[in-house]
Design a protein around this ligand. Structure first.
Ligand code: 7TS
Length: 418
């Protein structure tokens, strides 16, 4: 039954049609058609997003929330509308729960710097997973050094999935926040976040999701997830760089102190003190990334038009195809993808080939992948790897591109065996 539904959804999705929205896919790199498999680092942007940014910069450029002239009004309305689009996209109760920031990193720093600094003290514990990107580790380490609370890590099993038995023991009455990456940027694993949320709730802890990798690929419903915080970057979901968002429940944002102080985030300022603007502006200090915010709104429109379920099914089917091919290569070690559901993100090593050399040779064949530690060194350490090659697919990738990757890995092996 699942098979049939999945096949149908994948058929409705017309990859050749969506590829036409991305001019960059027409590029030749070193004489080969570009095969872009570095989507976990950043996605490409469709024409609709580029047009929205250019349109804003060209025709409606003004500062927002300040001027009463026409351009100021247009920019203000469009920027606010982008918040509403993001709110609808993730099914937030109110658009005032959406705070625009620079990227997921800034969203996570906002949670630590505002909620964390106001609510954590010595004796408390914050529990995150060992799969976190550095951006959901380092802000907590910095704060722990100041406040004296403890940061603990949920381990992974040798299969590369979260160890929920260990999580159940680590999450106790001392735990004030449980934070988890929704989908891993290294292993592709989609984490059992509902189970973690239940553990967090059972001890009265807040629950934070790093959705930087999940939201580009799957339908996200923050009310169904019932998370307190959700962080994302625009540039991984077809939007511009320099823009991302933090979702947080309104009652939490209401009680949190501002993160940055300055223009636009205040209601009144006197020499004795200040009062804060209404949400979300209380957390958006200074002149906003207006065109980028509008671009992220256009990205959300674009993805909604495709349909996140149809996109997810297409990628699941493509990911299954890639997995089968990679597993058939005896000289490739693939990390993760052993149990549970995963995105089409494949971290691997080719016997006898350093990942940087591998990535370099793949680039000569027009194939863009990332090599390195993927900003997840604690995970790499426990899995016993320093560096990997990572091929991360998105909805505009095809089976032909997967075949090119597999063929090129064979080339790598042959070249380095010589
Ligand atoms: N969280 C996860 C899970 C990520 O994968 C990344 C970026 C971030 C947070 C931070 O996003 P930023 O937009 O604030 O930088 N991950 C990667 C990657 O895997 N390769 O390059 C960036």
């Amino acid at each position: 039954m699942m098979e049939a539904i999945s096949e149908r959804a994948a058929k409705q999705f017309d990859v050749e049609n969506v590829r036409r929205d991305f001019s960059v896919l027409e590029r030749k790199i070193n004489g080969h058609a570009l095969c872009y498999l570095d989507n976990a680092a950043t996605s490409q942007r469709p024409k609709a997003v580029v047009d929205a940014v250019v349109e804003s910069l060209t025709w409606s450029n003004a500062n927002i929330h300040r001027a009463i002239h026409t351009l100021g009004y247009e920019a203000t309305v469009a920027y606010e509308e982008a918040h509403k689009k993001v709110a609808r996209f993730i099914n937030a109760k109110s658009w005032r729960e959406i705070v625009f920031v620079r990227n997921a990193t800034e969203a996570l720093n906002l949670v630590a710097g505002s909620w964390g600094a106001a609510n954590l003290r010595a004796g408390d514990e914050v529990v995150v997973t060992i799969m976190e990107h550095h951006s959901n580790i380092v802000p907590w380490q910095l704060l722990a050094a100041r406040l004296g609370f403890e940061l603990k890590f949920i381990p992974v099993t040798p299969d590369g999935i979260l160890d929920l038995d260990a999580a159940a023991k680590l999450i106790t009455r001392k735990t004030k926040l449980v934070g988890a990456v929704h989908a891993s940027n290294v292993l592709g694993a989609i984490n059992p976040v509902e189970k973690l949320r239940e553990m967090a709730r059972s001890v009265g802890a807040r629950f934070l999701l790093d959705g930087a990798q999940s939201i580009p690929h799957m339908a996200v419903d923050v009310r169904a997830l019932d998370c307190d915080f959700f962080a994302a970057s625009g540039h991984k979901m077809c939007g511009p760089t320099g823009i991302g968002f933090l979702y947080a429940k309104k009652e939490l944002l209401d009680g949190m102190p501002p993160f940055l102080g300055g223009g636009d985030m205040i209601a009144t300022v006197t020499t004795n003190g200040s009062t804060w603007n209404e949400l979300p502006w209380k957390f958006e200090a200074g002149t906003s990334a207006v065109a980028e915010g509008i671009g992220m709104g256009a990205a959300v429109d674009y993805l909604s038009n495709i349909g996140m379920n149809s996109l997810f099914e297409y990628e699941r089917e493509l990911g299954g195809y890639v997995l089968e091919k990679l597993r058939a290569l005896p000289y490739v070690t693939l990390y993760g993808h052993k149990r549970g559901e995963s995105l089409a993100v494949f971290s691997l090593n080719v016997e006898g080939v350093h990942p940087h050399d591998g990535a370099n040779l793949l680039d000569r064949l027009g194939i863009a992948v990332r090599s390195g530690h993927h900003c997840a060194q604690p995970l790499m350490n426990v899995l016993g790897m320093d560096n990997t090659l990572r091929a991360s697919f998105y909805f505009y990738n095809t089976r032909e591109e997967a075949d090119r990757l597999v063929h090129a890995l064979g080339e790598l092996k042959r070249v380095f065996d010589r």
